[in-house]
Write a protein of this length. Structure first.
Length: 229
């Protein structure tokens, strides 16, 4: 008899926990707000080849210096420019007519910088300018918000409203009444700006055409309501 008592107690606790969880409705709510971007981030740089490592690096450095100067002249602040990659590699001669092993025929140097452009009206001009002074690598462009918090908060409010709407619908369909909120959590993997494919007119018609479009700021919450007795 004593041996069975702990098992019976454990079963009672498990039944009580199940009964408590079954008196709740848990809903995922999603909110989405569209906003026009006010900042662009571009990744570009310079690469050069020469017979010696020093010559390759010197040429790259000189062209990057001109690139940085041009960015400053175009109104990009120093705090918005950051070196993101610097490399130096041998260039191998793999010609098939050589019986011996491949040999080093020169060196390739590269310097990549990440640039934030806060004045989107000038983005096309900035791109034109860096190309004029020798930028020959371009690794992407993305749009964003300098201060995404207000828009993200609006998306969070929309997510909570969406969760409540769904919860009330399910409660009505099930013939029960919602009580108070038992728990609320944000799904951080779903929050943040995402590009939209709805594009606006190209900016800066006198320079490289760039379309900024819109960003979709999304938020997701998981809310549990008690079921009122």
């Amino acid at each position: 008899m004593n041996i069975l008592r702990p098992i019976v107690v454990s079963l009672l606790f498990a039944t009580a926990a199940w009964a408590e969880d079954s008196q709740r409705i848990t809903i995922t709510g999603e909110g989405q707000v569209e906003a026009a971007p006010d900042m662009a981030t571009i990744t570009l740089g310079v690469s050069a080849e020469a017979e010696t490592a020093k010559a390759a690096m010197d040429e790259t450095s000189a062209r990057v210096a001109a690139l940085l100067q041009r960015l400053g002249e175009d109104g990009v602040e120093a705090r918005d420019i950051q070196t993101s990659d610097l490399s130096l590699n041998p260039v191998w001669d793999h010609r098939n007519d050589q019986p011996e092993r491949p040999r080093i025929s020169g060196f390739s140097a590269a310097n990549t910088v990440t640039v934030r452009v806060r004045a989107l009206d000038n983005l096309g001009g900035v791109l034109d300018g860096v190309l004029e002074v020798g930028a020959n690598t371009f690794n992407g462009l993305s749009f964003g918000l300098q201060d995404p918090q207000p828009t993200l908060d609006e998306a969070r409010k929309a997510a909570v409203a969406d969760a409540r709407r769904k919860a009330e619908l399910y409660a009505m369909a099930a013939g029960v009444t919602l009580g108070g909120i038992a728990s609320i959590a944000e799904d951080h993997n779903q929050a943040g700006p995402q590009p939209m494919f709805r594009m606006e007119a190209a900016m800066d018609s006198g320079s490289m055409p760039v379309a900024a479009g819109e960003l979709s700021i999304a938020a997701r919450v998981i809310i549990s309501w008690d079921i009122a007795p």
